[in-house]
Design a protein around this ligand. Structure first.
Ligand code: HEC
Length: 111
C-alpha cells in the first residue's frame, strides 16, 4: 500500500513537470504533424531550399522583425498569393485550431 502511494505521488509529480515543460516549449511533434497533414513539405524543407524557402531561411529573414508572428499567422490562415518560379499560386492555408497554428508559427520562427 505504501509503495503504491509513493508511486502515485511520483507519477503526479512527473506529469506536472511534463505539463509545465510542454507549456513553455514549442511542441515539435505537433508542428511536424501539421506540416505533413497540410502538404507543406512538398515545397518547403526545414533546412534545404526546395521550390520555396526553407523554414530555417524564413526564420532568419524574420529574425528581429516586429510582428513576425502575426505576419506568418496571417500568411497561414488567410488567402495569399505567392510566386513559385514564374507562376503565381494560391498559398495553402493550415487547417487547424488557433493554438495549433500558433505553435506551428513559433516552431517555424525558432528554426
Ligand atoms: C505549392 C508550394 C507550397 C506549399 C505546398 C506551401 N508553401 Fe509556403 N510558400 C511557398 C512559396 C512559393 C512561398 C513564397 C516564396 C518563398 O518563401 O520561397 C511560401 C512562403 C511561405 C512562408 C513565408 C511567408 C512570408 O510572409 O514570408 C511561410 C511561413 C510558409 N510559406 C509556410 C508554409 C506552410 C506552413 C505550409 C503548409 C500549410 C506551406 N507553406 C505550404 C510555397 C508553398
Amino acid at each position: 500500500m505504501k509503495t503504491r502511494t509513493l508511486i502515485s505521488i511520483a507519477a503526479i509529480a512527473v506529469s506536472a513537470l511534463i505539463a509545465a515543460g510542454a507549456q513553455a516549449a514549442v511542441d515539435e511533434a505537433g508542428a511536424k504533424e501539421l506540416l505533413n497533414e497540410n502538404g507543406c513539405l512538398n515545397c518547403h524543407d526545414v533546412t534545404k531550399t526546395k521550390t520555396a524557402r526553407a523554414y530555417k531561411k524564413i526564420a532568419a529573414d524574420f529574425k528581429g522583425k516586429a510582428g513576425a508572428e502575426a505576419a506568418i499567422t496571417k500568411h497561414l490562415t488567410e488567402p495569399s498569393t505567392v510566386k513559385l518560379g514564374d507562376e503565381s499560386i494560391d498559398h495553402p492555408q493550415v487547417d487547424a485550431d488557433p493554438a495549433q497554428v500558433k505553435n506551428l508559427v513559433k516552431w517555424i520562427l525558432s528554426r
